[in-house]
Design a protein. Structure first.
Length: 239
């Protein structure tokens, strides 16, 4: 092997994922940008960063397995997994269909778990590394019409703690929990103002702060495992 450190970022082509991909590339990692519908953007970003882009539907376990088989063909060793990909669809709890529920569970919880399963032996064989799960402070206080989404993030938070204990010391497992990082495009002006009013810092955290936090938990103190780092402008402290 060449000694290159590979970092896989799921959903790594847009929004927070793009910022994380760029930050890890700056830190010296060869970034693998995963995407599904945004594969053209992933390909362009990977070319810019000197990395790689792969497409996979995270609802399909066989596609996740194939993604890791593709990684095995690359020059380098997998040292970092960032489970960033997620979907965020609001609905009144009584109107959430089982199809919608299952899709949220598949992408937000089952896929990260499968990625962790497949990454673990590869990271160990590389001498150790780090897994980062993107969470949400709303898992502690679900917002109206997003209880089903918050439940998936609460499950991923629990998984983060559990794997941190089971896989130490070779693999550190941490989580970053944004608050109002980048508001969804479907929020109107009133919704945006309401969210900012509840955030002590009074502004969106922004993608860079999340990417910096992810990098800190990867290349920061080696004692950091099982850490859930809120990067939320004080939102969770104001509850």
């Amino acid at each position: 092997m060449s000694g290159l450190k590979l970092a896989l970022v799921t959903g790594g082509a847009v929004r927070l994922g793009e910022a994380i991909s760029r930050r890890l590339a700056e830190a010296g990692y060869r970034v693998i940008v995963h995407a599904n519908s945004h594969i053209e953007r992933a390909t362009a970003l990977a070319e810019e960063l000197g990395g790689h882009a792969f497409a996979a539907d995270l609802c399909d376990i066989s596609a996740i397995d194939a993604l890791f088989e593709s990684i095995d063909s690359l020059d380098g060793e997998l040292a970092v997994l960032v489970n960033n990909a997620a979907i965020f669809h609001g609905a009144d709890p009584e109107s959430v269909s089982l199809e919608d529920w299952n899709r949220q569970i598949a992408i937000n919880l089952t896929a990260p778990f499968r990625c962790c399963q497949l990454a673990a032996p590869r990271i160990r064989s590389a001498g150790g590394g780090v897994i980062i799960n993107l969470l949400d402070v709303a898992s502690m206080r679900p917002e109206k019409s997003f209880s089903h989404y918050a439940a998936t993030k609460a499950g991923l938070e629990s998984l983060t703690h559990g794997l941190a204990v089971e896989w130490a010391p070779r693999i550190r497992v941490n989580g970053v929990a944004p608050g109002v990082a980048l508001m969804p495009d479907f929020y109107d002006a009133a919704e945006r103002a309401e969210h900012l009013a509840r955030t002590p810092m009074g502004e969106e955290t922004g993608a860079k702060a999340i990417a910096d936090a992810v990098h800190f938990l990867i290349d920061g103190p080696s004692a950091l495992t099982g850490v859930i780092l809120p990067v939320d402008g004080g939102l969770s402290s104001a509850w």
